[in-house]
Design a protein around this ligand. Structure first.
Ligand SMILES: [Zn+2]
Length: 97
């Protein structure tokens, strides 16, 4: 959690959605008390950390540029988190932060 707070400060108070360089989606894994392991984007992880979704969850890990061969939507907002899927959909277009 400390590493997330530092990352958040380095990016002007918001967690990054993509790696730089590379522009791979960053997946923030949390463990929800009721639903188990859930993937989140940077925006939603920032909201979770701000307490908008309550506090019955725990930060598990951060993953960068994972090649999932299936789609992997953010649990909270539905944005695509799989690099592989992103490339297929948008022809490898570089995402803007
Ligand atoms: Zn999200």
């Amino acid at each position: 959690m400390e590493e997330l707070k530092r990352l958040q400060e380095e990016h002007g108070g918001k967690l990054p959605n993509y790696t730089f360089p590379g522009a791979y989606p960053i997946i923030y894994w949390i463990k929800d008390e009721w639903q188990g392991l859930l993937p989140l984007c940077g925006d939603c992880m920032s909201r979770y950390m701000a307490g908008e979704y309550g506090d019955e969850w725990a930060y598990v890990a951060m993953e960068c540029g994972a090649d999932y061969e299936h789609d992997l939507p953010c649990h909270a907002c539905g944005v695509q988190l799989s690099a592989y899927y992103e490339d297929e959909e948008h022809g490898g277009e570089v995402a803007k932060i």
